[in-house]
Design a binder for this molecule. Sequence first.
Ligand SMILES: NC(=O)c1ccc[n+]([C@@H]2O[C@H](COP(=O)([O-])OP(=O)(O)OC[C@H]3O[C@@H](n4cnc5c(N)ncnc54)[C@H](O)[C@@H]3O)[C@@H](O)[C@H]2O)c1
Length: 282
Amino acid sequence: MIKQLAGRTAVVTGAASGIGLGLARKAATEGMHVVLADVEVDALADAEASVAELGAQALSAQTDVSKADAVDALADATFERFGGAHLVFLNAGVFQAGVSWQRSNADWEWVLGVNFWGALHGIRAFMPRLIEQDEPAHVVITASMAGLMTVAYSGPYVVSKFAASSLAECVAHDLRAQGVDHVGVSCLVPGSVDTRIADSTRNRPDEPPSEAQAPDHYFVADALREMTTTQGRSPEDVADMVFDAVRAGDFWIPTTDSYEELLRPRFDDILARKLPGSAQFD
Ligand SMILES: NC(=O)c1ccc[n+]([C@@H]2O[C@H](COP(=O)([O-])OP(=O)(O)OC[C@H]3O[C@@H](n4cnc5c(N)ncnc54)[C@H](O)[C@@H]3O)[C@@H](O)[C@H]2O)c1
């Protein structure tokens, strides 16, 4: 279990905004060196400056996590600059809603590319080096409550987040099966957090569908924007919770007080051979 953070190195994907920026700033206040990776260049430069202002040595790397080569290059740059990595936050994510059969392949590929392949590329780029490094280290994959529960009108996002949460579980099992005890894994499953997640298409590389083409996506994104901005936790609170949970060695890191209340009925429904109720996260 990782205890010593000061002087060690944190890597954060999706570090230019929201939860990732909160994690990067928290790592800086813990005395860590911080590598910030994101696809949004101007916001990334601002994020690097805000982390450096906290006294951390910071390195920013424009990185599209959906590309394996880019994530390998991120790991190379991290080890070259700081000689190692100790907390790796595979956090970059985008939101794509809609009726499962109405969303295009491009919609599905974009959200799975960032939310699932981004996390997998991170595991493949960093995990062998963390094992080889032979120092305490920890990886946190950001999934979502939508990686534990299902809901209508959000198939693409929910499927990508179930993939991310099950990846975290499989990696944890593999580490245990291989007798690796100096590297840990956790899965962050936030409820609503006040970030720019509802405006994810700002970073989509191809043209997103218009509101006329995808009303099923836009009405859910509008509801998500309303919920995250009015009821969402702050990214700073979430970052505090994540660091406490990593220190405690927790696997699941929920951020909502109603975690148990939301999850218990799902497993009761599964045991009763029923479709689990559609979830209303908070
Ligand atoms: N905000 C919430 O309510 C909430 C709830 C559950 C889970 N999450 C998850 O938290 C994570 C962080 O999102 P957030 O809420 O802070 O949103 P955000 O939009 O504020 O931040 C996400 C960051 O990821 C970056 N990003 C997008 N595509 C990328 C790519 N291909 N490569 C690298 N970076 C990329 C964006 O530029 C942005 O800086 C995501 O995985 C999201 O799914 C958020």
